[in-house]
Design a protein around this ligand. Structure first.
Ligand code: C2O
Length: 490
C-alpha cells in the first residue's frame, strides 16, 4: 500500500561512528524521505552486542514502523553467560484504533494531551485480554529444563511498561547492547527506547504462563492506557489455561526504581573522571498561555493554555528547510543557534511547588557545541512544572554511563558521593525518576549532530529535546564522513 507520509528510520542505539547521516531523526540529521522517495542507510556496527531496535523518526509514524536489531557475538565468540538453548524477541508496542498521525494532528490542533492508546501489543498482537484476535496471541515456546534468552524491547510510543512472566524468574544479562552483571527479578520496567535481555529457565510445571505488560504511569492525573497486553510462554505440548503474573500497581515508583537501580556494568567501566563540560539540564513540561483571541478549542491544556515541554526552558523547534547536520556541515546560516544553555536560566526548587511565572518555556532551535574528545557530565533534573513524571531520556550517537539517580533536587555537595565510578551501566536511554534526577557521562568521540530527547513521543512534539553538535577531531578517523549522494532534500 502506498504511504502518504514522510518517513525516516532511526537505528536506535547504533553508535553511527562518523556516519551521523545515517542516524535518521528528521530535520536533525536528514530531511525526510518523501512518499515514493528512497534513501539507503549505510553504517557499521562495532563494539556493541545485544539488543537494539529501529523505528521511524518522523511524526508518530513509529507507532507502527519499528523492529528489532539483534547483534550476536562475533563468529566463534561466546556470550558472557552459558549459551541459551533458545532465543526469542518480545517487542512491546502501542496501538490506537485510529491513525496515530491523526491522533497527533488532533492534539496539535487542540493544544491538549493526545488521546491515549487503545492497546499495548507484544510482537504486534494485543493478546487474550482484549476483545479481538485472541487466536493470534503470540506464543513463545519453551522446553522443560531449557534456558531461553528473551530480548525485551519497549517500542511503545508514550508509555513506560512493567513486564513479567508468570511464575518465572527473569535473570537480566544485558540492556541496550551492553552486558550487565546478572541479577534476578520478577518484574522489568522499560521506558520507550529501552531494551533488556533476560534469561529464563523453564523450571516450572509444564503448562502455559502469561507474559504480560502494562503501564508504569508516574504522573499524577496524567491520563494513560490502563490495559494489559499478553503473550503466552508455552511449554511443549501444553494447552492449559495460562496463569497470569502479578504486575506492580500503575503508580508503583518503588518497583520501577528498585529495578532501574539494579544495573551494573558486567565489567569495570572506563568512566571519564576529568569533566570538560559539566551540564545541568532541567527536563519537564510547560504550559503556553493562549493569546486573548485564540479560540478555546485550540487551548485545551489547563487554564486556556497549550502544552509544551522543554530542556533548560527551551522547547526545541525542528528546522524545516534543512537538517541541523546539513546546516552544520555546509555552514548554512540561520538554521540553528549555538546558545543552548548548559545550566537552567533560573535556579528554583525543581521538584516542589514551582511558581507559575516559570511555567512558560521559550521556543528555539538552540544547540550545544562539544569539542571532539571532551568529556561530558549531564545532571538531568526532572521538574514538577505542570505535572512531574518519569521521562525516558535518549541520546543519539552515544552510549553513556549512568552514575547515579535519585529523588528531589540534585545536590552537588552530597549526591556526588552516590556516583558509581566503578561499574555503572552503559545505556542509551536513562529512566529519569519522577521528581528526581539522574547523572550521565560520556566522551564526545563521535562527530555530528545528536539529538537528546524524551522518548515519550507526546513530549518530543512539545519540544522536550536538545541537540549536541560535536565537532570533527584532528585525526583521520575522527571526522564526519561526506554526505551520501542520495541524502534526501527538503
Ligand atoms: Cu529511539 Cu530519537 O529515538
Amino acid at each position: 500500500m502506498a504511504s502518504s507520509y514522510n518517513v525516516t528510520i532511526h537505528w536506535h542505539g547504533v553508535r553511527q561512528m562518523n556516519t551521523a547521516w545515517a542516524d535518521g531523526p528528521e530535520f536533525i540529521t536528514q530531511c525526510p524521505i518523501q512518499p515514493g522517495g528512497s534513501y539507503t542507510y549505510r553504517f557499521t556496527i562495532s563494539g556493541q552486542e545485544g539488543t537494539l531496535w529501529w523505528h521511524a523518526h518522523s511524526s508518530w509514524v513509529r507507532a507502527t514502523v519499528y523492529g528489532a536489531i539483534i547483534i550476536h557475538p562475533r563468529e566463534g565468540l561466546l556470550y558472557p553467560f552459558p549459551k541459551p538453548d533458545r532465543e526469542s524477541v518480545v517487542i512491546l508496542g502501542e496501538w490506537w484504533d485510529a491513525n496515530p498521525v491523526d491522533v497527533l494532528r488532533e492534539a496539535t490542533r487542540t493544544g491538549g494531551g493526545p488521546n491515549v492508546s487503545d492497546a499495548y501489543t507484544i510482537n504486534g498482537q494485543p493478546g487474550d485480554l482484549y476483545k479481538c484476535s485472541s487466536k493470534d496471541t503470540v506464543k513463545v515456546q519453551v522446553d522443560s529444563g531449557q534456558t531461553s534468552l528473551i530480548r525485551v524491547i519497549n517500542a511503545a510510543l508514550n508509555q513506560q511498561l512493567f513486564f513479567a512472566i508468570a511464575n518465572h524468574n527473569l535473570t537480566v544479562v544485558g540492556a541496550e547492547a551492553s552486558y550487565v552483571k546478572p541479577f534476578t527479578t520478577r518484574t522489568l520496567m522499560l521506558g520507550p527506547g529501552q531494551t533488556t535481555d533476560v534469561l529464563i529457565k523453564a523450571d516450572q510445571a509444564p503448562a502455559r504462563y502469561y507474559i504480560a505488560a502494562r503501564a508504569y504511569a508516574s504522573g499524577q492525573g496524567v491520563p494513560f492506557d490502563n490495559t494489559t497486553t499478553t503473550a503466552i510462554l508455552e511449554y511443549k505440548n501444553t494447552t492449559s489455561k495460562p496463569i497470569m503474573p502479578p504486575l506492580p500497581a500503575y503508580n508503583d515508583t518503588s518497583a520501577a526504581t528498585a529495578f532501574t537501580t539494579s544495573f551494573k556494568n558486567l565489567r569495570k567501566s572506563p568512566v571519564p573522571t576529568k569533566i570538560d563540560h559539566n551540564l545541568f539540564i532541567t527536563v519537564g513540561l510547560g504550559l503556553i498561555p493562549c493569546p486573548p483571541k485564540t479560540p478555546a478549542q485550540n487551548c485545551q491544556a489547563p487554564n486556556r493554555t497549550r502544552f509544551a515541554a522543554s530542556m533548560n526552558n527551551v522547547s526545541l523547534v525542528l528546522p524545516r528547510n534543512s537538517s541541523i547536520l546539513q546546516a552544520h556541515y555546509h555552514g548554512i546560516p540561520g538554521v540553528f543557534t549555538t546558545d543552548f544553555p548548559g545550566q537552567p536560566p533560573v535556579t528554583f526548587d525543581y521538584t516542589g511547588n514551582v511558581s507559575r511565572s516559570l511555567w512558560q518555556p521559550i521556543n528555539g532551535t538552540k544547540v550545544y557545541k562539544l569539542k571532539y574528545g571532551s568529556s561530558v557530565q549531564i545532571v538531568l533534573q526532572g521538574t514538577s512544572i505542570s505535572t512531574a513524571e518519569n521521562h525516558p531520556i535518549h541520546l543519539h550517537g552515544y552510549d553513556f554511563y549512568i552514575l547515579a539517580q535519585g529523588f528531589g533536587n540534585f545536590n552537588p555537595k552530597t549526591d556526588t558521593a552516590k556516583f558509581n565510578l566503578v561499574d555503572p551501566p552503559l545505556r542509551n536511554t536513562v529512566s529519569l525518576p519522577v521528581k528526581g534526577w539522574a547523572v550521565i557521562r560520556f566522551v564526545a568521540d563521535n562527530p555530528g549532530t545528536w539529538i537528546m530527547h524524551c522518548h515519550l513521543d507526546v513530549h518530543i512534539g512539545w519540544g522536550l529535546a536538545t541537540v549536541f553538535v560535536v565537532e570533527d577531531g584532528p585525526g583521520p578517523k575522527q571526522k564526519l564522513e561526506k554526505p551520501p549522494p542520495d541524502l534526501p532534500v527538503c
